[in-house]
Write a protein that binds this ligand. Structure first.
Ligand code: ASP
Length: 415
């Protein structure tokens, strides 16, 4: 018998979860079937979230250390890596600002409060701080004893420490080769664990959705459709207008020429939902179709596959605002700035594999005190959204390689 793909399994889990949930809702809370069913679903759903939380810290830590430390073999190309980092950060910032703007205008999830979060949100209201306190608190939460941060799942402090450690590995050079190899292998192992957890995703999703639909009103589904449309539309706006415009303004390449050259990579990214899996195709497109020099492409593209994720960054920002709306919380400007920062770090920290952005989403939610359980709502639509966001992630890497190449050429001709 042919094995059913994970995507299909997730779809089946989604459908089954929603149907069972609706059936339980129809039976009513008093029925013993509902009570027992909900008990099991709660156990299974929580277990799945626990598993995701289990790998989050080692995943973010190793993927950032390895990503930053890989700059080391290119020390001589300081111009390339400066240009690359500036491009990555600026385009991701643009994507997030675009996402936040659209989400503020269209308010996905507005006016619909989810009872499941109410208990958690009571805690949130109580810990509301003044703006200046909040800022001071945020600053102090950046630098922590890394062992404590790892133990307490303090993602932000872990990210900052990983960035610094990665930079130290670049500066330290060849002497610390062993530590870098250790980190690389550790990352591979964690990714293996993530793969195993994703196999449980259909059950986890089913359990979480069952719980949700059995205890909530169906308005959520209508709201989700609006959310999906907003995220897709905005990511496509970034991919079809913003990135091609940047490319045209800097290099003069027309969007049509770019898309023809990038086509293979974009389709592969859409189909695999993984920047990492697409990497060989992306490199081929950059070198053979778009004529980016090997040393530039060989640096910008692999680094971009783990660090540069415009689609993911945009998605995380919009999703955070969506969850805040569902939880009935209005995020202040300052909190939205925290979302801006953490969405960028979460996109940088997410490895280029399917649904990685969903795992690092936890960090964005935690940074502004939103309930982590909310990813239950995002999970069923994650696979659909992952296709477009990965496509735009890869597009960003290709545009980046062309822009950096142009930048270096200009530099050489000025000398
Ligand atoms: N799947 C995305 C990628 O590989 C990451 C994400 O989940 O957003 O680029």
């Amino acid at each position: 018998m042919k094995k059913i793909s994970l995507n299909t399994q997730i779809l089946l889990g989604t459908l089954l979860g929603v149907s069972l949930g609706l059936w339980f809702a129809w039976l009513g809370q008093a029925s013993s079937i509902t009570q027992n069913g909900l008990y099991v679903a709660k156990l299974a759903g929580t277990l799945f979230i626990d598993l995701l939380r289990m790998v989050l810290i080692p995943l973010v830590f190793t993927s950032i250390v390895v990503g930053v430390a890989n700059l080391r073999s290119h020390q001589q190309m300081s111009r390339v890596w400066q240009g690359t980092l500036i491009f990555f950060v600026l385009t991701m910032a643009l994507a997030i600002v675009l996402g936040l703007t659209v989400a503020n205008l269209l308010q996905p999830g507005g006016g619909l409060e989810i009872a499941m979060f109410q208990d958690v949100m009571q805690g949130f209201q109580a810990t509301q701080m003044s703006l200046s306190d909040f800022f001071a608190h945020f600053l102090h939460s950046l630098f922590k004893n890394p062992i404590a941060a790892l133990a307490q799942s303090n993602v932000l402090a872990v990210v900052i420490f990983a960035l610094l450690l990665g930079i130290a590995l670049v500066v330290g050079g060849e002497r610390y080769r062993n530590i870098l190899t250790l980190m690389q292998e550790f990352l591979e192992l964690i990714l293996m664990l993530v793969g195993w957890i994703m196999r449980l995703a259909p059950f986890g999703i089913m359990a979480l959705l069952l719980q949700l639909t059995a205890t909530q009103d169906t308005n959520l589904l209508t709201t989700l459709i609006k959310f999906v449309a907003i995220v897709m539309g905005t990511i496509l706006l970034h991919g079809l207008v913003v990135l091609p415009l940047i490319l045209y303004l800097i290099t003069g390449m027309t969007p049509l020429k770019f898309w023809l050259g990038a086509r293979e990579a974009l389709i592969t990214a859409f189909a695999t939902s993984s920047s990492a899996a697409t990497l060989p195709v992306t490199l081929r497109c950059a070198e053979q179709h778009l004529h980016v020099k090997r040393d530039v492409a060989g640096f910008v593209i692999p680094l971009g596959a783990t660090m540069n994720m415009d689609g993911t960054a945009l998605y995380e920002a919009v999703a955070a605002l969506f969850i805040a709306n569902l939880a009935g919380v209005e995020l202040s400007l300052l909190q939205q700035m925290v979302v801006f920062l953490t969405a960028m770090l979460a996109a940088i920290g997410a490895p280029g594999i399917p649904s990685a952005g969903m795992v690092t989403m936890v960090m964005v939610l935690q940074s502004v005190g939103l309930p982590v359980e909310a990813i239950a709502i995002l999970l069923p639509v994650d696979r659909i959204l992952d296709t477009v966001r990965t496509m735009v992630n890869v597009e960003g890497d290709l545009v980046g390689s062309l822009v950096v190449q142009k930048w270096i050429k200009q530099d050489q001709s000025n000398e």
